[in-house]
Design a protein around this ligand. Structure first.
Ligand SMILES: Cc1ncc(COP(=O)(O)O)c(C=O)c1O
Length: 448
């Protein structure tokens, strides 16, 4: 389509592209040429099995013609309309998103460009609705890289920009059983008591901060890059109850955990919880086009009936992105991908468990649906991580390189390896990836 030889892509990119999250001199990108299903190919025609859905976002898999066609038709019919107008695809997409929210309870939808600005807008809505300022989020969280979303982020990605971020965010601890600060001396505590301890901790913070000052509690329903932390039974219901008790808006960030990833449309459904606001992106279009959304209960929207919501985006409800969302949701329904992810959950769990049994460097494995993680440690007893907090290590780098060399694309973060493949993946394809991982872990085993 464009007149640039394959062998010039990399050199030209190195000269002119400025990369995010990277020291520019150290960037060594894969020059991707095409992608189909669970695979993509680089310009040398090397094939990679995609165990990370690119950026945990290509939920329906690569190159689905139904989505591509819908986008082509939309761009031919109407590529853009102003934010204050409406279009056929805007009407349809907002209805379809509302329909997949838990109990169809979040009936109004504000479209954004991605996950960070979805969270920014959710925070504004919560503040406008309550007239309060503070937002509570967890330490092991990522909510995006714009100033407000970065402030909300609990993990070290926020540190480079402090203190010039949005004010009013208070962080609290995550119910992370494997490394629970509260339970080092009683690791066998029941799930119910464990959840309650973390809810007590949250309520204590609410009290210290003053409930009358807290607009929202923003949490990832299942924590993503900070460790695929699956909330214990009772925890999400408990957060909902605390929000109700203190009139705080409950915001579920389902940017990564939504759209079938966990075997439900949204992860909160596992605990039958209805948040006041859900933010989403990634799987909403399976990344065929950039799009985020904020779905809210009618009472949140009603708070802005008589006065304006003072915010906006030139590209809100971009028709081509919305066409991708509509087609993507249709594909997920037609191909029963949410159901498939639910079925594949135990399959992935078995493979993770086998991996853990075979390799002494595996400290713990976890998954919910097709959202999985391997925690690598130097010592199972002390749980010393294979790379330090917010750092890397030769072993983790070697593991990642081995996988890439052998055609397995997966995301490693600190001492963890994440398994987040497209939802269309089959047992055979999972096995193929695990065979590479199994060999790669011989590297980390040597450090035990
Ligand atoms: C849970 C969560 N929230 C928000 C975001 C930010 O989304 P975006 O990169 O589309 O701004 C991410 C991105 O990885 C995420 O994982």
């Amino acid at each position: 389509m464009f007149d640039l030889p394959d062998d010039e892509i990399l050199s030209l990119s190195k000269e002119h592209v400025f990369y995010t999250w990277s020291a520019q001199a150290k960037v060594n990108p894969i020059a991707v040429k095409r992608a189909k299903g669970v695979h993509f190919w680089d310009v040398d025609d090397k094939r990679y099995l995609d165990f990370n859905s690119m950026t945990m976002c290509v939920n329906i898999g690569h190159g689905d013609e139904r989505v591509i066609k819908a986008m082509q038709e939309q761009v031919a019919e109407l590529p853009y309309a102003a934010p204050g107008m409406t279009t056929r695809v805007r009407a349809l997409a907002s209805k379809m998103v509302a329909d997949v929210t838990p109990h169809q309870a979040l009936t109004r939808v504000l479209f954004t460009l991605g996950g960070a600005d979805a969270n920014e807008n959710a925070i504004k809505l919560a503040r406008g609705y309550t007239g309060r300022h503070k937002i509570l989020t967890r330490y092991r969280s990522y909510h995006g890289a714009t100033a407000g979303a970065m402030a909300a982020t609990g993990d070290p990605r926020r540190l480079a920009w402090e203190p010039n971020l949005m004010s009013g965010v208070v962080h609290f601890l995550d119910p992370y059983r494997y490394r629970s600060t509260f339970h080092r001396t009683n690791p066998d505590i029941s799930e119910q008591d464990f959840a309650q301890d973390y809810l007590n901790h949250l309520e204590e913070i609410i009290q210290y901060e003053g409930p009358q000052t807290i607009a929202g509690i923003l949490i990832e329903s299942v924590t993503g890059t900070n460790g695929v932390i699956i909330p214990p039974q009772g925890y999400m219901q408990g957060v909902r109850a605390l929000c109700d008790k203190y009139d705080i808006v409950m915001i579920a960030d389902e940017v990564m955990s939504g759209f079938g990833r966990t075997g439900k449309w949204f992860a909160v459904e596992h605990w039958d919880v209805i948040p006041d606001i859900i933010t989403m992106a990634k799987g909403l279009t399976s990344a065929y086009a950039p799009l985020g959304a904020v779905a809210m209960k009618p009472q949140i929207a009603a708070a802005f009936s008589e006065h304006a919501f003072e915010s906006g985006l030139t590209y809100t409800s971009h028709p081509v992105s919305l066409a991708a969302a509509v087609a993507n949701i249709n594909v997920m329904r037609e191909d029963k991908l949410v159901e498939h992810a639910a079925v594949m959950g135990p399959v992935l769990n078995r493979m993770l468990t086998d991996l853990g049994e075979a390799h002494p460097s595996v400290g713990e494995v976890r998954n919910i649906g097709l959202f999985g993680i391997v925690e690598l440690v130097k010592d199972r007893k002390t749980k010393e991580p294979m790379a330090p907090w917010n750092g890397s290590s030769p072993e983790m780098n070697a593991l990642k390189n081995y996988c890439l060399d052998n055609g397995l694309y997966l995301y490693t973060h600190w001492h963890t390896a994440l398994i987040i493949p497209p939802l269309i993946i089959t047992e055979e394809q999972l096995k193929e990836g695990f065979a590479v991982l199994d060999k790669a872990l011989e590297i980390t085993d040597k450090a035990v």
